[in-house]
Each structure stands twice: as structure tokens, then as C-alpha cells.
Write a protein that binds this ligand. Sequence first.
Ligand SMILES: NC(=O)c1ccc[n+]([C@@H]2O[C@H](COP(=O)([O-])OP(=O)(O)OC[C@H]3O[C@@H](n4cnc5c(N)ncnc54)[C@H](O)[C@@H]3O)[C@@H](O)[C@H]2O)c1
Length: 309
Amino acid sequence: MTKIVVTGGAGFIGSHIAEELAWRDYHVIILDDLSTGKIGNIEPLLSKENVEFIQGSIVNLPLLQKLFRGVDYIFHEAAISSVPRSIEKPLISHEVNITGTLNVLMAARDNSVKKLVYASSSSIYGDTPTLPKREDMSPNPQSPYAATKLAGEYYCQVFRKVYGLPTIYLRYFNVYGPRQDPDSQYAAVIPRFITRASQGKPPIILGDGEQTRDFTFVKDVVEANILAAQSNSIGVFNVGRGEKTSINWLAGLTIKLVGNNVEPIHEEPRPGDIRHSLADISRAKEELGYNPRYGLEQALQETISGIRR
Ligand SMILES: NC(=O)c1ccc[n+]([C@@H]2O[C@H](COP(=O)([O-])OP(=O)(O)OC[C@H]3O[C@@H](n4cnc5c(N)ncnc54)[C@H](O)[C@@H]3O)[C@@H](O)[C@H]2O)c1
């Protein structure tokens, strides 16, 4: 049976990857230290014979060396994924996102893993005005978080070149969906809007709301990960939907779908926030066969149902 480790598998994106792999009957090992992830995210999987959960940290190299014995594939999602937290505590983000990733790569190399799929981020493009973002553009990180994600990509590249470990890295663009934590003080915009609108409170828009993002449904991200593992491709791929949505439009749609009659309010923009973000996904389409299937309205409805449950 193909054996797969999902690091950060109790988190938002990792739990969706683990769930899909479990339903496809792979042997799935979920590794998570539960720092932001929750057992509740993977509860329905734990009764399955082909799923194991290990509470532990990617900072613990001996644990990884043991855990990766006989493993075929690794989906490396574990990270401190918050930009504001990385600004407050850059050393902790460095330790988990860079040293932790280096540990994962070393243990994957030593156990002859067939392929490692690394969760990178569109944040590495920074505020360069050129749109859409293409993989061959120069990175321009604006936060410690983005710098750690870029360092992770470089380590993946070097491990491929120096040790022959097949690695592929996916730059996710604004992922959303059920199980994204609305209670975190660092919650992303979609769960924040849904929570406020559901409580009859006005969604808070930072800035004029005309900034745009490429919102990508988590199930499309899962599909991109599985295609990336199955393909012979290596290197970097954007994973977005390839469409831009303004924050004002998103707020209006969320309010409509939630069904509460509230008006968004505007507050000061967050320093360092980029104005526009949009992925060029042609490389992933051509090489991986990636084709995002979920439009914003349908997937937002699914997200609202998931978050309200
Ligand atoms: N959500 C997005 O829009 C987005 C965008 C770009 C990239 N990413 C990347 O995708 C990945 C998953 O992000 P997410 O949104 O699901 O965040 P998340 O916080 O829900 O998931 C991260 C998981 O990693 C776990 N973790 C943290 N430190 C760990 C450690 N030392 N050892 C083991 N597990 C640890 C957490 O407990 C959590 O379950 C991250 O690598 C993130 O950088 C996310």
C-alpha cells in the first residue's frame, strides 16, 4: 500500500489533503503538533484503518527519521502560516518554516522518499505590480513569513540538485474553504467576513476594498497537490484560480449568501498589505493537468455551511 505523510495534516489545507488521500485508500500518516491544527479537523478519519495520527513536531529530526521509514510521498503543509505572527515572532517562524522544512527534506532524503510536495505561497511575489504573477518573476518577499516560504523553496531545489530528491513546490494563492479557522486572531479575510456577517455584524474591510485577490477553493488545492505528486514534473507551480476578486465584491457576496442585511465598514489598511494578487496558472494547467473547478459563489456557499456547522 502506498504510504504517505501529510505534515500539518490537522490544519486547514493539510486536513483536506489527508481526507482525500484517506478516501483513495492510501496509508496516510498525519503529523501535526496541533499548534494551530485541531483534532476536530481530522476526527472522522481517525477511525479509518488506513489513517494514523502522530502528534509531533517537524523540528524533531529523530522523530521524522523514524516516521518516514518506508514512506513513498510527503505533502509538507506544516508551517506557522500567519504573516502577522511572523512579524511579531520571526525567530519562531524561522525555526518551524525553515529549520523544520530542512529537517523534513533531510529525513525524506535519508529514507529515499519518491517525491516531496511543498506548500509554498504567493506571498513570495510581494508587491511587484506586474500581473498576473508568473513563476519566472523575481521573488520580492515583504514579510518574515514570505522569506521563510521562499527559503523552503530554495532548500527543495537544492535537495533535488545535490541529493536527487524529487521535489515540487506549489505557490498557493489565498486558499479558502471549510475548516479555515475563523476564531484565530490571524484569521484570513473569508472566515472573518463569514463569522461577522453570520453574527449580524458588519464585515470589516481594511482600506478602500478595491484591492484584489485570487481566491482559490481548498478542494482545487488538494487536486493540485495530488496531480503534483503523480506527475513527473518538478520545480515551482502557481496554484490559484486565475481570477481576481475585489474585497468589496467579496464582502457583498458574503453578505448576500449569509442572508443578513449588514453594510461593510472600512478601517485603516494593514501596513505591508499588497494591492493586487493574481496567478498565471498556465504552467500548472499544461504540465500537471490542473484545472480549477470551483467558482467563488458555489464554493463560498460550501464554506459558509462548513464554518456555521
Ligand atoms: N491558507 C492559505 O491561503 C495559504 C496560502 C499560501 C500558502 N499556505 C501554506 O499552506 C500550508 C498550510 O496552511 P494552512 O492555511 O492550512 O494553515 P494551518 O495553520 O491551518 O496549518 C498548518 C498546520 O501545521 C501545523 N504545525 C505548525 N507547526 C508545526 C510543527 N512544528 N510541527 C508539526 N506541525 C506543525 C499546525 O498545527 C497546523 O495544523 C502552510 O505551509 C502555509 O504556509 C497557505
